[in-house]
Design a protein around this ligand. Structure first.
Ligand code: BG6
Length: 489
């Protein structure tokens, strides 16, 4: 039926994201016959011939999408433009290419401009696309833009104003790749399609919610970027706050983009803003030290490539968010994220309140609270932790788990986040992209924390060894409330 047809212009076509995610995603869509007519123009600074660029594309899809079929045919849709972002003539040449490909491939004038490159040029590119009439087309024009979307509210607003000169809000697709993940999309479905959960989804029955996204990798080759970002801007402002918004939002009236996004915005608007002198009560930071993992010594963050040996940059954040509205008053949303942790894992634990009275009380034993665990990655699934009778005993209980794991069933068919998001941008579905209002609110929240952190050197850095679960302060944060991080495999 309606297969999307478009010219996809990828800025940053020789970069890592294009190679690892974008080309393989387009290939998978192509193989699944989800693509209508299409052509791709790769844009980057480096001079490359068409053959060289197509060879890169083939290499990428064989390596990252396991491609074995139709590789040449697929790669023949790819063209290359060696580009100087600040040079007008270069945009004019790009426009001519776009026009001729549009004709050759019958693309109905539909154009997607995908910015997968250094953010300092996002504004210039958008302005030039308009000035040189690339946005003047009979089909649709859309801007897909990668993070980071600014580094603070102010810089995000400047960037937004620039791109808005060339694209309207509904033509802008701001990527948060977590929103493309199958199980992040499942949060809404679990909440709003189960009579079992929605009535309990509030401060009366939920004690606290814990969102963890930990990584094993360190900063790798991204020291230069990461030094200006840190975990707070790299992960919290976007991925973690988006997950919190999905967990906290009210049910949308309908499953429509506008409705869902406006509920997320309302949830973010209800976040309790922090005053500077309160930051320490709500947020803690960490930085990884050297550590031994599987007999191998991993370097401290401060010894990584392009990192200041006295760096004050955080590679770990844990925090407590309070959502001051009727539904959530008093329920902490704990979040944490870090690099060089013990495991690569993203999951959400919803801890329900204790029952009013424990009939099964035994000295030194407490009943486990019910937990709903949403496993986002690497496992995909949900687990419900309950108590049941211990068989053979009269009044003893034992913890039991009801588990659904999508990994075995349909993981192979689960499209990758980028594949879904690219497809959505071509179909014009912006639901799983972040609206400017969400970006603005989350920056405003995060700005207070980063201002305080930038102005106070954390003397305890480095404060957790590579391969651990993070600094002690992250545990203390919860202990002060009488809670603890659930350790769940
Ligand atoms: C990116 C961050 O947005 O998300 C990276 O910039 C991080 O630092 C990555 O590694 C994590 O994504 P995922 O999908 O591996 O959890």
């Amino acid at each position: 039926a309606n297969k999307p047809t478009a010219l996809i212009v990828i800025f940053g076509a020789t970069g890592d994201l294009a190679k690892r995610k974008l080309f393989p995603s387009i290939y998978r869509l192509f193989q699944k016959e989800k693509m209508g007519n299409f052509a791709v123009v790769g844009v980057a600074r480096r001079p490359l011939t068409e053959e060289e660029f197509q060879a890169n594309v083939k290499d990428s899809v064989t390596t990252f999408a396991g491609a074995t079929e139709n590789i040449d045919e697929f790669a023949s849709h790819f063209y290359y433009h060696s580009h100087d972002v600040t040079n007008e003539a270069s945009y004019i040449k790009l426009r001519e290419m776009a026009e001729s490909l549009d004709e050759q491939y019958e693309l109905s004038g539909n154009r997607i401009f995908y910015l997968a490159m250094a953010p300092e040029f996002f504004g210039t590119i958008a302005e030039q696309l308009k000035a040189q009439n690339l946005t003047e087309t009979k089909g649709y024009k859309r801007l897909v833009i990668e993070k980071p979307f600014g580094t603070s509210f102010d810089s995000a607003q400047i960037l937004n104003d620039k791109i808005r000169t060339a694209f309207s809000e509904d033509e802008i697709y701001r990527i948060d790749h977590y929103l493309g993940k199958e199980m992040v999309q499942n949060i809404e479905v679990i909440r709003f399609s189960n009579a079992l959960f929605e009535p309990l989804w509030n401060s009366r029955y939920i004690s606290n919610i814990q969102v963890t996204s930990s990584e094993v990798l360190g900063v790798e080759e991204r020291g230069r970027y990461y030094e200006t970002s840190g975990a707070l801007r790299d992960m919290v402002q976007n991925h973690l706050m988006q997950m919190v918004a999905l967990l906290a939002m009210e049910p949308p009236i309908r499953l429509e983009t506008e409705e869902i996004r406006s509920e997320k915005v309302r949830a973010l608007r209800s976040l309790r803003p922090l005053k500077k002198d309160e930051v320490g009560q709500y947020f803690v930071r960490g930085q990884y030290d050297e550590g031994v993992v599987d007999g191998e010594t991993l370097p401290a963050y401060r010894n990584e490539h392009m990192v200041d040996p006295n760096s004050n940059t955080e590679t770990f954040v844990a925090g407590k968010l309070m959502i001051d509205n009727f539904r959530w008053a008093g329920v902490p949303f704990y979040i944490r994220t870090g690099k060089r942790m013990e495991a690569k894992s993203t999951r959400i634990v919803v801890q329900f309140k204790d029952i009013p009275m424990n009939l099964y009380y035994k000295p030194n034993e407490t009943l486990n609270p019910n937990l709903l665990v949403i496993h986002i990655q690497p496992e995909e699934g949900i687990t419900l932790h309950l108590n049941a009778k211990k068989s053979g005993k009269n009044i003893e209980t034992q913890p039991v788990q009801l588990a659904y794991s999508s990994s075995k069933v349909d993981r192979i068919n689960t499209p990758e986040a980028y594949e879904k998001l690219l497809f959505d941008s071509m179909r014009g579905d912006a639901t799983n992209f972040t609206h400017w209002d969400e970006v603005a609110l989350s920056w405003k929240f995060v700005d207070t924390i980063s201002e305080v952190w930038e102005n106070t050197k954390e003397t305890s850095f480095p404060n957790y060894p590579a391969g651990s679960t993070g600094p002690k302060s992250a545990d203390q944060l919860l202990e002060e409330d009488g809670n603890f991080w659930w350790h769940i495999d």
